[in-house]
Design a binder for this molecule. Structure first.
Ligand code: KIV
Ligand code: ZN
Length: 397
């Protein structure tokens, strides 16, 4: 097999594994219909996602149908189906992805003492046997098998290494070590991957993967730290949707690597100019609003209201923007008119609206604008228009 993480550029390639349609859809209120899932899958494929986790085929007839149809339709991305470490799950996932050009079965089992004792009621030795049996079964169905050690970040490192070695021996080609409950810090997560990759004798036979939840708001930071720890696949969702506080946001990882390529020299295959469009498509498909101040795709991500910032932006947009709106598919920067706005932005807004006022008129209009902005949360173009027209009428009286 050729190494998919090698690239012709000087930067190493990090594979983007999108799980919007599986982990993302699992969060309360984010359910999508069959048609919506197909639409999202096609948008992800067109944007350059490497692996699309299309669903959990054993979960329902609907999920099975959606994964099968996505597998049939997509001609570029790998299509993955999730399966617990249960024979029937693996058979169902294999069935669902079998028509894909590049099919993958993603099977997982818990490895942490907390999960083994309270949820699975199995011993560590039992779990190792389960790993061998289930990964072997999956490998008999497809060549590309991902194994995940659920709750890896709360698993003792010695046992985690044994589990990883077992999965690779049984044929796993990708090893995912999730921070299932969003508990790790970036240093810990980086160190965990480094230790596992150094200690497991057959580690170089698999690609390592990060999968981070956002319970402490560290999902993206942890994913980036994992890359420094040797991971070459990151699992993420559009708009960061997912269980509880969500998963690592795809758009944030992609843009962090792009904007800070000077300190993180890694490439993804994502066409970032499609990020805004795909964000909107996912938000509308799952009726899940994007928070206003969300990095990259929130409606305030390229909006400036304070006078100082607006003044800087009018002089040069690198003063307060570290990437251009166009680079992520946003039409333009917006200078929002409000009580924090200054004269320079007000003058520029008037010019954009077709008004040329003399100094005195401008000063008068600006004073009225400030008084209005103190009373009103949002000052719209129509408010400014009314205010200036009134100003001109008074001047002509
Ligand atoms: O968070 C998690 O551990 C998962 C696994 C199924 C990979 O979503
Ligand atoms: Zn998850």
């Amino acid at each position: 097999m050729t190494n998919p993480t090698q690239t012709s550029s000087s930067k190493e390639r990090v594979l983007i594994f999108d799980t919007t349609l599986r982990d993302g859809e699992q969060c309360p209120g984010a359910t999508m219909t069959f048609e919506e899932k197909l639409e999202v899958a096609e948008a992800l494929d067109a944007m350059g996602v490497d692996i699309i986790e299309a669903g959990f085929p054993i979960a329902s007839e609907g999920d099975f149908e959606a994964v099968s149809e996505i597998a049939r339709r997509l001609k570029r991305a790998t299509v993955a189906g999730l399966a617990r470490a249960i024979s029937a799950d693996i058979a169902r996932a294999g069935e669902a992805v079998r028509h894909a050009v590049k099919p993958r079965i993603h099977t997982f089992v818990s490895t942490s003492p907390i999960h083994l004792e309270h949820q699975m009621r199995k011993s560590q030795e039992d779990v190792l046997q389960i790993i061998t049996a289930t990964v072997t079964q999956a490998r008999n169905l497809v060549e590309d098998v991902e194994w995940s050690g659920m709750d890896a970040t709360r698993t003792p490192i010695d046992y985690l290494c044994r589990a990883v070695e077992t999965a690779i021996k049984a044929g796993a080609t990708t090893i995912n070590l999730p921070d299932t409950v969003g508990y790790a810090t970036p240093d810990e997560y980086r160190a965990m991957f480094k230790a596992v990759r150094e200690r497991v004798p057959n580690a170089d036979k698999a690609i390592f993967s990060a999968h981070c939840h956002n319970d402490l708001g560290l999902a993206v930071a942890n994913s980036l730290a994992a890359i420094e720890g040797g991971v070459r696949q990151v699992e993420c969702t559009i708009n960061g949707i997912g269980e509880r506080a969500g998963n690592a946001a795809l758009e944030e990882i992609v843009m962090a690597l792009r904007v800070r390529g000077d300190v993180m020299p890694y490439d993804t295959g994502i066409d970032a100019t499609q990020l805004m469009r795909v964000s909107k498509a996912v938000s509308s498909a799952c009726s899940f609003p994007v928070q206003y101040n969300k990095a990259i795709v929130g409606r305030n991500a390229f909006a400036h209201e304070s006078g100082i910032h607006q003044d800087g932006m009018l002089k040069n947009n690198t003063t307060y923007e570290i990437m251009t709106p166009a680079s992520v598919g946003v039409t333009k920067t917006s200078l929002v008119m409000g009580k924090h706005s200054g004269r320079a932005a007000f003058r520029s807004k008037l010019k954009e609206m077709g008004y040329e006022l003399g100094d005195n008129q401008l000063e008068d209009a600006f004073t009225r604008f400030k008084a209005l902005a103190d009373r009103k949360k949002h000052v719209y173009d129509e408010d400014i228009e009314a205010l200036v027209d009134e100003n001109i009428a008074t001047a002509n009286d």
